[in-house]
Design a protein around this ligand. Structure first.
Ligand SMILES: NC(=O)c1ccc[n+]([C@@H]2O[C@H](COP(=O)([O-])OP(=O)(O)OC[C@H]3O[C@@H](n4cnc5c(N)ncnc54)[C@H](OP(=O)(O)O)[C@@H]3O)[C@@H](O)[C@H]2O)c1
Length: 377
């Protein structure tokens, strides 16, 4: 009898999202996991100070230990020994993706599987237009849209605060591949990385659902619109979510209406989907128009963002408070970029352009106050 081959998975971006997935991959599959760090200093910190160990505390489970795992192999660009990368999980922030995967491009080919697990939109365009320009050498690319909530405790120990789940799908390299049949989704279960992520126990414990791109995209756009309202507005006015519940509807309506006008052009096959694929049983059915109905969307965003999560502070507000770079260019800034790509003219994105500028103003102002003092005091 031959021993089963352990799939090797590299992960770049072992932060909050990377660690929560890495821990469950190690708990529930026989994967061999190799974290890739940004620098020798970070690798040394992981290997020496943290004893090559990371962990997750499940805050929603009572009396459970921190699930800790010690890793055999970890690398950074200068120590990477070479050899083909078969499976790569990318869990950096959106704006860090290009820099993070660039050192490993010689080891990625058309048989490599890459999954991006990030918020926002626009990384696909960066990979397609700046990195994998040659279409014959493009890897198999997948997206994970994750709704779990995780934050750092100390070092490589993170708190898993809210269990929600993760949707995954194959990303289309071109607009012609945007709509996928149910059969093609089923075929992808033979793919090593998708096969791993959809293994029964892992999929159940982590809440992983594998679906067509159009199904994922609909959920992704819904989440994107929640983020496009909640993140920048809380960052700009510096408030906790629930504080703005009575006064945010007009600005949310302006953001949602303009985002949808631009998204309808950029993702036309999705917005035409119900009409085009009605009654075609090889395609999954989808309620695009109901899910993205603007008035209902604004109500949902206020209910989920400001009411159910009233005490939360958004990640973008946290980023501005802690003087970190924000993901604004991959949220409202992405709408501005799409309007330009599709030649819609400057009026098509003026709300999102102003929102993006105001977030950058808030970030800059917080940095100036930290460096030079606060004039209000
Ligand atoms: N946290 C959540 O609850 C949550 C939920 C849903 C979605 N998301 C989304 O998931 C994505 C990841 O978020 P996160 O919260 O996990 O961020 P994070 O904790 O900041 O993790 C990002 C990791 O990427 C690493 N990194 C950055 N540049 C790198 C490079 N060049 N090479 C190697 N590693 C590099 C960072 O390492 P350094 O420390 O060295 O910079 C960090 O460990 C974001 O798009 C976020 O919006 C997060």
């Amino acid at each position: 009898m031959t021993a089963a081959v352990r799939p090797v998975v590299h992960i770049v971006g072992l932060g909050a999202v990377g660690t929560v997935l890495a821990v469950d991959l190690l708990r529930f599959t026989n994967v061999s996991l190799v974290p890739l760090f940004r620098s020798q200093a970070k690798l040394d910190y992981f290997r020496n100070d943290c004893k090559s160990t990371f962990g997750i505390r499940k805050l929603y489970e009572e009396n459970t230990p921190v699930y800790k795992y010690k890793i055999e192999n970890s690398e950074c660009p200068t120590t990477f020994p070479g050899g083909k990368i078969s499976n790569l999980i990318v869990t950096t922030k959106t704006y860090q993706t290009k820099e993070a995967i660039s050192p490993y491009l010689p080891y990625i080919d058309s048989n490599t599987n890459i999954i991006l697990i990030q918020n926002g939109l626009g990384v696909l365009e960066v990979l397609r237009d700046d990195i994998f320009k040659n279409s014959s050498q493009r890897p198999h690319l997948f997206q994970g849209v994750i709704s779990h909530g995780i934050f750092q405790d100390e070092g490589f120990i993170y708190n898993h605060a809210g269990w929600v789940g993760m949707k995954i799908a194959r990303l289309p390299w071109t607009d012609n591949e945007m709509i996928q049949t149910s059969q093609s989704v089923q075929n992808d279960e033979q793919n090593e990385l998708i096969g791993l992520l959809t293994q029964k126990i892992l999929a159940k414990e982590f809440g992983i659902e594998h679906m067509s791109y159009q199904e994922l995209l609909l959920g992704q756009l819904h989440k994107f619109l929640v983020n496009a309202c909640m993140n920048p507005v809380t960052a700009i006015v510096d408030c906790v979510n629930g504080e703005m519940i009575d006064d945010c509807p007009p600005v949310f309506k302006s953001i949602v209406d303009e985002c949808l006008d631009v998204l309808r052009v950029a993702y036309k096959p999705l917005f035409d989907y119900e009409e085009t694929y009605k009654g075609k049983t090889e395609y999954p059915s989808l309620s695009v128009n109901d899910t993205l109905e603007p008035k209902q969307l604004v109500k949902d965003i206020i209910r989920v963002g400001c009411d159910l999560n009233a005490k939360n502070s958004t990640s973008m507000r946290q980023d501005t408070l802690y003087l970190r770079e924000t993901e604004i260019n991959y949220i409202n800034g992405y709408i501005v970029q799409l309007a330009q790509t599709h030649n819609l003219g400057p009026n098509a994105c003026k709300v999102n352009k102003t929102i993006t500028e105001l977030v950058n103003l808030r970030s800059g102002l917080n940095k100036t106050r930290a460096e030079k003092g606060d004039w209000r005091k």
